[in-house]
Design a protein around this ligand. Structure first.
Ligand SMILES: NC(=O)c1ccc[n+]([C@@H]2O[C@H](COP(=O)([O-])OP(=O)(O)OC[C@H]3O[C@@H](n4cnc5c(N)ncnc54)[C@H](OP(=O)(O)O)[C@@H]3O)[C@@H](O)[C@H]2O)c1
Length: 263
C-alpha cells in the first residue's frame, strides 16, 4: 500500500532515539523529507546522518529544546525554511520523571507542564500558518495509554497526557474545517531507552533487576510482550499520511491490549 508520503515534509520533534527516531525513520523510508530535533546536537546530527544513509532521503538534524517556547518556534521555522514548507508535524518530547504524588514538588510539575503540554501548544501554534498551506496537513501528538489507565508511580505522565488528549480533541474540532487532520497515539510499553530507565528505577526501588521488572510488566499486557519502536512508527506514519485522510480526532492506542477498559 502506498501511503502517499513521497515528498511530503515532516517535522518530528524529540527524535534522536526512541519513538521519535523510529517515526522519523518510517516517514523517511516512505519517501518523506524529514527534520528531526533533540537537545543534544551531536546526537541529533548522528541520528540524522544514519537515517539519511538508510532511506536515501534528506534528513535535517536540529538542536533545540521543545520545552522552551522560543526554541520550539525556532525549530518549526528552521524546518519549514529548509524543507520548503511543512505537511506533517509530530509533537514528541521526553517523558517526565517517575514518582508518586507526594515525592514530586511544584517545580517538578512545572517542568513536566512545560515539557509535555506547553511544548505541544508551542509547536502547533508555530506550525499552523505553514500547515495551512499544505493540501495534506496532519498533526500527530504522542501521548500515552496512561491517559486512559494510570500507570503506578507516573503521576506526572498520567496527568499531562490527559491534558494533551484534551488539546488534541479540541483542535480536531477547530482545525477540521481547514482540512488539517490531528490525531494522537497513546503508546503502551515500547522498548526504548526511556523504558529501560523506568524499569531500572523500579528495580532499584524493589531491589530486583531490569529483566525481572520487564517480565512483571509484560505479564499485564494481553500480547505478553512490549512493542518495538518500529511497530509504533508504522502506525504513526500511516496516521500522518494521506492514506489516513478520514482519520481525524482519533486517540489510537498502540498498546498490545494494555488498556483493559471496554471503551
Ligand atoms: N516508550 C514507551 O513505552 C512510551 C509509552 C508511553 C509514552 N511514551 C512517551 O513517549 C515519548 C517518547 O518516549 P521514548 O520512549 O522514545 O523516550 P526516550 O527514549 O527517552 O527518547 C526521548 C527523546 O526525546 C528527546 N528529548 C527529551 N527532552 C527533549 C526536549 N526538551 N526537547 C527536545 N528533545 C527532547 C531526547 O533527546 P535529548 O535528550 O538529546 O533531548 C530523545 O531523543 C516520551 O514522552 C514518553 O514518556 C513512551
Amino acid at each position: 500500500m502506498d501511503l502517499g508520503l513521497t515528498n511530503l515534509r515532516a517535522l518530528v520533534t524529540a527524535a534522536s532515539r526512541g519513538l521519535g527516531a523510529a517515526t522519523a525513520r518510517q516517514l523517511s523510508l516512505e519517501g518523506a523529507s524529514v527534520a528531526i530535533c533533540s537537545r543534544d546536537q551531536a546526537h541529533i546530527l548522528a541520528t540524522a546522518e544514519a537515517l539519511k544513509a538508510e532511506a536515501s532521503r534528506p534528513v535535517l538534524g536540529l538542536a533545540g529544546d521543545v520545552s522552551d517556547p522560543r526554541s520550539a518556534e525556532a525549530l518549526v521555522e528552521q524546518a519549514a525554511i529548509a524543507l520548503g514548507g511543512l505537511d506533517i508535524l509530530v509533537t514528541n518530547a521526553g517523558g517526565p520523571p517517575s514518582g508518586p504524588f507526594e515525592a514530586l514538588d511544584f517545580a517538578a510539575w512545572e517542568k513536566a507542564f512545560h515539557l509535555n503540554l506547553l511544548s505541544t501548544v508551542s509547536l502547533i501554534r508555530a506550525a499552523l500558518p505553514t500547515l495551512r498551506q499544505s493540501r495534506h496537513a496532519a498533526i500527530l501528538t504522542i501521548t500515552s495509554y496512561s491517559a486512559k489507565q494510570p500507570i503506578p508511580n507516573l503521576v506526572l505522565s498520567n496527568s499531562l497526557r490527559a491534558a494533551v488528549i484534551g488539546l488534541t480533541k479540541t483542535l480536531a474540532n477547530e482545525l477540521g474545517p481547514s482540512g488539517i487532520r490531528i490525531n494522537s497515539i497513546m503508546p503502551g510499553w515500547t522498548r526504548t531507552e526511556r523504558v529501560e530507565e523506568l524499569m531500572a528505577a523500579r528495580a532499584r526501588q524493589k531491589g530486583t533487576d531490569v529483566e525481572t521488572e520487564i517480565a512483571a510488566q509484560v505479564a499485564a499486557i494481553p500480547l505478553q510482550r512490549m512493542a518495538s519502536p518500529e511497530e509504533f512508527a508504522q502506525v504513526a506514519a500511516f496516521l500522518c499520511s494521506p492514506a489516513a485522510s478520514y482519520i481525524h480526532g482519533a486517540m489510537i492506542p498502540v498498546d498490545g491490549g494494555a488498556i483493559l477498559a471496554s471503551l
